[in-house]
Design a protein around this ligand. Structure first.
Ligand code: C5P
Length: 405
């Protein structure tokens, strides 16, 4: 999957820079080409000679270098990359990226590039936790920058906590997920809905629910890791965009349905979003005023379109496999079976969302997978992390599509 990809690696000044040497070697083993940019601080940790020897390309360090600019100008360098990877990404370079500074070659390239950018943050735990760093990351992620790590662990400064750069294996896995490629689902298109919907009452208020989007986002990421071309239609959630996935952000159920229809055709659709069942029939154009002694407003609700049932309905664009979710608080399996036949989907993943189960917002999920009528077609999965549920489901989807075609 990394074969033939052109990686522009920006090495900033952190002790984790030493891991880059191995990273370059491993990228090249996988057939990627690597060009390196070293910041001034980065030079304190690794030498240009090591980077040049491993990448077999000159290392770029100066914004105003006559030789470098005449051989390959910084704009060209930033354009001729399939991915720009900043590793280690220090608090300083993240701050510069967030602010849009271009005061050296690395930051100027990051401003000039139209290639996707991935950062592997590495810093002391206090710098990582600082509100400025967190705000900068939020800004960058809001702009679609991909992030891998950091991890928790012992640090070079003898402290313990978040901030260690992701291991080389994890960075490679993230890059492979980003480029997709030769997995079992390569060449397949997948559509995933995730998160809650917000149904406006007026311009400032809305009706929402407790869905975090963790499970749906994990499914999109797992399908991608198997090589699918994934479009994730996400309601308002704090979950970061999964690597390599096309994310369409929506607010209301009506927007979500329109975005799903625009993303068709697809081989598989997984509807994991907690779509609001009702919306306010006529949202107010201006903020509804609270008048002293006045009565509270009465909201007239109307039913939302059922996205799952719409996608599962017979028609030329029906995905070959349509998977729904059934969030239940009682009689989980019975209700889910009934839902499967009522909505016309092929599979349904039933999960217990009673408060005791802690599914909403939690990291674990205990699900039943119902693939057909009858008790034999119901599998009880053990308690798994949402990521593991997603991975199992993605493998099952791959098997089903392989069998069907
Ligand atoms: O009817 P209920 O909301 O319990 O059904 C859950 C399943 O239906 C989920 O897969 C959810 O994503 C989907 N759904 C939908 N559109 C709606 C309501 C539910 O896609 N309006």
């Amino acid at each position: 999957m990394l074969q033939g990809q052109r990686i522009l690696l920006i090495v900033a000044g952190g002790i984790a820079a030493y891991k880059c040497l191995d990273l370059i070697r491993r990228l090249r083993e996988r057939g990627a080409s690597v060009r390196c940019v070293l910041t001034r601080a980065g030079e304190q940790f690794v030498t240009p000679l090591s980077l040049a020897a491993l990448s077999e390309h000159a290392v770029h360090r100066d914004l105003f270098s006559l030789t470098e600019e005449s051989e390959m100008g910084h704009i060209q360098l930033s354009r001729e990359a399939d991915l720009v990877l900043v590793a280690p990404a220090t608090a300083n370079i993240l701050a510069k990226m967030a602010a849009g500074l271009g005061d050296d070659l690395a930051s100027t390239l990051l401003l000039a590039t139209s290639a996707p950018v991935m950062v592997a943050p590495a810093m002391n735990v206090r710098m990582w936790e600082h509100p400025a760093t967190q705000a900068n990351l939020a800004t960058l992620q809001g702009r679609g920058i991909h992030r891998v790590g950091p991890a928790e662990g012992a640090m070079a400064c003898n402290e313990f906590g978040m901030g260690r750069m992701a291991e080389v294996d994890d960075i490679l896995a993230a890059m492979e997920a980003f480029f997709g490629g030769h997995g079992r689902l390569a060449g397949r298109r997948a559509l995933v809905t995730s998160g809650p919907t917000h149904e406006p009452i007026d311009p400032v208020r809305y009706i929402a629910n407790r869905s975090s989007g963790k499970q749906g986002h994990a499914i999109a990421a797992a399908l991608r890791r198997l090589g699918a071309d994934v479009t994730l239609i996400a309601g308002p959630t704090l979950e970061p965009d999964p690597l390599g996935v096309t994310v369409v952000r929506v607010e209301s159920a009506a927007d979500m349905l329109a975005a799903c229809q625009a993303a068709l055709p697809a081989d598989v659709a997984v509807c994991a979003a907690a779509v609001a069942d009702w919306r306010v029939a006529e949202p107010a154009a201006g903020k509804i005023k609270k008048t002293a002694g006045g009565k509270p407003p009465v909201l007239k609700l109307t039913e939302n379109p059922d996205i799952l049932a719409t996608l599962a309905a017979k028609g030329p664009h029906r995905p070959r496999l349509v998977v729904g979710f059934a969030a239940e608080t009682e009689q989980v399996v019975e209700n889910a079976r009934e839902k499967r036949s009522r909505k016309g989907c092929d599979w349904i993943v039933a999960n217990d969302v009673s408060a005791a189960a802690g599914t909403f917002g939690g990291d674990e999920n205990r699900v039943h997978l119902i693939t057909a009528d009858g008790p034999q077609a119901t599998e009880a999965w053990p308690t798994l992390s949402k990521r593991e549920v997603a991975e199992r489901l993605a493998e099952r989807i791959a098997t089903a599509l392989e069998t069907a075609s």
